[in-house]
Design a binder for this molecule. Structure first.
Ligand SMILES: N[C@@H](CCC(=O)N[C@@H](CS)C(=O)NCC(=O)O)C(=O)O
Length: 233
């Protein structure tokens, strides 16, 4: 049975998995989850992922969430020799480290500032911006210390996708990170060297920008965590 990926077209975790599947030429069926309709919040969806988060991979009834775990699994199971997820322990540890860093810090700090206020009633605060710059500083330091052209090696790995897509959310809202020279170079090199993969990020960026212009009314979701923005009608 062909792999099924339940994803959203503007979500960094979902598009990161799509980019890896695309580059590895692993056939998959993309099933769009309608976030605005709360399709991920149903009891049915919770059977696949009790976290009620997107994406989820369905490999013939084996359901896997957490995009990092999905990235690792598809490499291990379908392309074990690929450079995208090296086997050598130290090289692999760096990839795993960068994936964890993105999840715990880079995406966490940055998306709270870039993405959350696009969809929900959150303010962009000075403190939030400080956390963005803390995260950028750390990634810049990793690049400086490793001297590598990509996030975890001198070639693309699965760690690049989530980090690149975090950057995409900054570009989407016009947050200037050009003073982080190494980050900027890597981000621009990715666009230049992998135009087909960048297209996936760019599509998501355009959607985010559309929602910035046309703030969605998500009151009906009654989201258990995020406060809905009050839209003047
Ligand atoms: N840790 C998760 C994060 C996934 C995530 O936050 N996805 C968002 C969509 S981009 C989501 O499903 N959020 C649930 C919600 O806001 O209700 C991963 O990397 O897979």
């Amino acid at each position: 049975m062909v792999l099924k990926l339940y994803g959203v077209s503007d979500g960094p975790p979902s598009i990161s998995v799509r980019q890896a599947l695309t580059l590895l030429e692993i056939p998959f069926e993309l099933i769009n989850v309608d976030y605005g309709q709360g399709e991920h919040m149903t009891a049915e969806y919770a059977k696949m992922n009790p976290q009620k988060e997107i994406p989820v991979l369905d490999d013939d009834g084996f359901f896997l969430s957490e995009s990092n775990a999905i990235l690792q699994y598809i490499c291990d199971k379908y392309k074990p020799g690929s450079d995208l997820y090296p086997q050598e322990p130290k090289a692999r540890a760096i990839v795993n480290h960068r994936l964890c860093f993105n999840l715990s810090t880079y995406y966490a700090n940055i998306s709270a500032y870039t993405m959350a206020p696009v969809f929900f009633d959150y303010e962009r605060t000075e403190f939030g911006l400080k956390k963005v710059h803390m995260a950028l500083d750390v990634l810049e330091t990793y690049f400086e210390r490793s001297g590598t052209s990509y996030a975890a090696a001198n070639h693309l790995t699965i760690a690049d996708f989530p980090l690149i897509n975090t950057n995409m959310t900054m570009e989407a809202i016009g947050l200037d990170f050009s003073k982080y020279k190494r980050i900027s170079k890597w981000y621009n090199d990715f666009k230049k060297n992998y135009p087909e993969l960048w297209k996936i990020s760019e599509g998501a960026m355009k959607e985010v920008q559309y929602f910035m212009e046309n703030p969605p009314d998500l009151t009906h979701l009654n989201h258990p965590i995020h406060p809905a923005r009050k839209i003047k009608k």
